[in-house]
Design a protein around this ligand. Structure first.
Ligand code: GRF
Length: 204
């Protein structure tokens, strides 16, 4: 049976669309069963609904960078009711706390627009330009209690160009993400990649 994915995002939803497209093409043996957002007018919700995917906003509570306990519980309950197997973060701008991690152990995945452990946190393309690196990229990782610190599943470099702005660099990173994220999820979901703590085992 196809794995059921629950996607959480706060913004545009281009990665959500890349994942949903890969499912439709049969490249990813999964189904995007639900999309949740902490932002009521986030384009990710409209883009999901256009595709016939159930999409809901959850009131995040009054913190800026985390969810209230109630909001987190509501998200967990919604995902469990939808029988979600994997939680996929795609531009979700809030920290995941331990109750949520315990509800989906090693089953919450994130994509970050840098080659971790360089440039974790906010505005990674801007951080890369400020530092002056020649190469940055994107990383798919398991979510743990830290910020962008979990076990690394896949990475892909993106070259920085001399006339890059943060927006232009981020756009090229996203184009790479749209290939990498579905591929990495396919390997995880089919068990070709196994995760134990920080150890990743690949079967041939
Ligand atoms: C991506 O660059 C992802 O790496 C980061 O947030 C961005 C989300 O973009 N975590 P989108 O909403 O998928 O277009």
């Amino acid at each position: 049976m196809a794995a059921k994915l629950g996607i959480l995002g706060s913004g545009n939803g281009s990665n959500m669309e890349a994942i949903a497209d890969a499912c439709q093409r049969g490249q990813l043996p999964a189904e995007v069963a639900i999309v949740l957002s902490d932002v009521s007018d986030a384009p990710i919700l409209a883009r999901a609904r256009e595709r016939g995917i159930q999409a809901c906003q959850i009131d995040p509570g009054h913190f800026r960078s985390k969810l209230s306990d109630e909001a987190e519980q509501q998200i967990i309950d919604t995902l469990k009711a939808a029988q979600i197997d994997w939680v996929i973060l795609a531009g979700f701008m809030r920290i995941i706390k331990s109750d949520f991690l315990r509800a989906y152990p090693e089953r919450i995945v994130n994509i970050h627009p840098s080659l971790l452990p360089s440039f974790p946190g906010l505005n990674a393309p801007q951080q890369a330009l400020d530092y002056g690196v020649g190469v940055t990229g994107t990383t798919v990782h398991i979510v743990d209690q830290g910020i962008d610190t979990g076990a690394i599943i896949a990475q892909e470099p993106v070259r920085v160009q001399s006339d890059d702005t943060p927006e232009r660099l981020h756009q090229r990173i996203k184009e790479t993400e749209h290939q990498l994220y579905p591929q990495a999820l396919s390997e995880l979901i089919t068990g070709r990649i196994q995760v134990t703590g920080r150890t990743i085992t690949r079967s041939t």
